[in-house]
Design a protein around this ligand. Structure first.
Ligand SMILES: O=C(O)C(=O)C[C@]1(C(=O)O)C=C[C@@H](O)C=C1
Length: 82
């Protein structure tokens, strides 16, 4: 007898959970690189925030994903400012 965990829906939920884990890992890696860039800027006395670059990110995400993409880009750059 098939179990609930074998249903196609459960399989899709599992796939989503795997994708979420991969996305979280990528966001962690992205945030780490941003921290390195911020450290370099601090060390050379430059402002820690680069709005022109953040606007590039916003544009990339909104072109790819529309308005929700812009919201996502804002969250990513917020993490990148830490
Ligand atoms: O591109 C950089 O120099 C970064 O530090 C990355 C990043 C980002 O999240 O994309 C983070 C902070 C800056 O204000 C601009 C952009």
């Amino acid at each position: 007898m098939p179990r609930a965990t074998d249903s196609p829906t459960e399989g899709l939920h599992t796939h989503i959970a795997e994708l979420d884990a991969a996305i979280i890992e990528l966001v962690r890696r992205r945030t780490e690189i941003c921290a390195q860039l911020t450290t370099r800027r601090r060390a050379t006395g430059r402002p820690t925030i680069e709005l022109a670059r953040e606007n590039d990110v916003l544009q990339r995400y909104s072109e790819a994903l529309g308005r929700p993409g812009a919201s996502l880009a804002m969250l990513l750059t917020e993490l990148g400012r830490r």
